[in-house]
Design a protein around this ligand. Structure first.
Ligand SMILES: [Zn+2]
Length: 449
């Protein structure tokens, strides 16, 4: 067509995912209107391009209808008895494994019968992989992708940056740790969700759970049993929300910088190849928009989104809008901004630990500040850090462009375009410095979270 005029009509869809999809299907099949679902009356991701979702919608609707049948079509794979490990009572889903039993407070209209067996297997795997990987044996996944991404959203800086780099259709899902004693407090996360709802018309789906208690069986503090246990609720809700990929806020310090202190080509690692394959096979390719962004870059993105003061990585404060000022996360942020910190407790302990936690970006933040409230200089108190503090970490202010090669092809251009709006790519000399990062080569001890 040489020229033409496009019209679009904004329709308020029913407040129900399945009904919305049915409406969309009717508009497309009956009237041949190109139709796209966007969450609320938010800014459009693509203004001038009408994406035709017909194929992916049909595939998704078929999959919804076939859910019951899908279980019989996977007879060749080893029988995974979902009910042996998973049970639903009203909206509470429980997972039982070994002598552990944890719960998930699912949305009231969620139904485990409308959830593909593959999702339960993957959720099972990410929860107990350190102790038991038998759930992967003889598994032939058959779930097909939905039509929009989901993000394991923590309300912290890295995952807020991920929100900025993913399409508006992305479903934000929060793991709300519950029934585990400790210092974690949801006050500031909930305050940020309120802000997202008010200013961006974005809702956050909160799923209460105590699954972070599983790894306490090893005498560890509560936390994620594997790197993707943070996304277990997203996995379990993937059919409910029609998800076609799964996002996390995993930054450069956990991808290309191994434990934050040694460069590695992330795309070549066992970790990436192993997990990306499993997720891809269940129709949920990993979508890690900040894999090439340091926490410094992520903080700059958050600033430009006007979320400073809302997106907080400190999880301890119970005062809305305030951080605790005493945790490691607060220390790194304060130091970065040149604000004096309290040299005590966790901050003092971690500063003495080698390899230094999240070393590259911690050293960079110490270079910007590094003086305590009492005037104590970190490099005087911990002289072994002196040579490391002399290194140039300025490259952390720019993103690693090749990381976009790992994004799902469908969303690559979108995320790359967004990233270009907020940040600059690393130069050749930045890349050289990044590749040389190997800060504790003699050290054998592995940093623990
Ligand atoms: Zn804090």
């Amino acid at each position: 067509m040489k020229s033409g005029t496009s019209y679009f009509i904004d329709v308020s869809a029913p407040n129900n995912d399945k009904k919305t999809l049915e409406l969309m299907q009717e508009l497309m099949l009956k009237y041949n209107w190109k139709t796209e679902v966007v969450s609320h009356r938010a800014k459009r991701d693509i203004i001038s391009m009408n994406a035709n979702m017909k194929t992916s919608l049909e595939r998704y609707m078929l999959e919804l209808q076939d859910n019951g049948a899908a279980n019989t079509s996977t007879e060749k794979s080893k029988k995974y008895r979902v009910s042996t490990h998973w049970n639903q009572t009203n909206s509470t889903l429980t997972f039982s494994w070994s002598d552990e039993k944890v719960f998930f407070e699912m949305p009231t209209d969620w139904d485990m019968k409308e959830t593909h067996e593959d999702l339960f297997r993957l959720a099972h795997y990410v929860l107990v992989a350190p102790w038991d990987t038998s759930v992967l044996e003889n598994w032939k996944p058959s779930r097909k992708p939905g039509w929009r991404p989901g993000l394991a959203f923590s309300g912290g800086i890295d995952s807020a940056a991920a929100v900025a780099l993913m399409p508006n259709s992305t479903v934000l899902i929060y793991n709300e740790r519950s029934d585990i004693p400790g210092k974690l407090d949801h006050t500031n996360a909930l305050r940020f969700f309120e802000e997202l709802s008010q200013s961006e018309q974005r809702e956050v789906v909160r799923v209460q759970s105590n699954h972070e208690s599983i790894r306490m069986r090893d005498g560890k503090m509560a936390g994620f049993s594997t790197d993707y246990a943070c996304a277990v609720q997203v996995i379990l809700l993937a059919d409910h929300f029609g998800l076609d990929s799964i996002g996390t806020g995993m930054p450069l310090e956990n991808t290309y910088l191994w434990h934050g202190y040694k460069y590695r080509d992330f795309g070549e690692t066992w970790f990436w190849n192993h997990y990306s394959k499993i997720f891809e096979e269940v129709g949920l390719p990993l979508y890690q928009p900040v894999a090439g962004c340091s926490e410094i870059v992520n903080m700059q993105i958050v600033e430009q989104m006007n979320w400073t003061g809302f997106a907080q990585s400190c999880l301890r404060s119970n005062t809305p809008g305030k951080v605790c000022g005493r945790c490691w996360k607060c220390f790194r942020k304060n130091s970065l901004l040149g604000i004096p910190f309290k040299l005590e407790g966790e901050i003092e302990t971690f500063l003495a630990k080698r390899p230094l936690k999240q070393a590259a970006s911690t050293l960079y933040s110490i270079q910007q500040g590094g003086v305590s409230e009492k005037g104590i200089k970190i490099k005087e108190r911990f002289p072994d850090l002196k040579p490391l503090l002399a290194l140039d970490f300025d490259f952390l202010n720019r993103y690693l462009p090749t990381a976009s090669e790992l994004l799902p092809p469908r969303y690559r251009d979108y995320t790359v375009e967004r990233l270009k709006q907020y940040s600059q790519p690393m130069s050749a000399s930045d890349l050289e410095k990044l590749r040389q990062v190997d800060l504790f080569s003699e050290s054998v001890q592995v940093a623990e979270d």
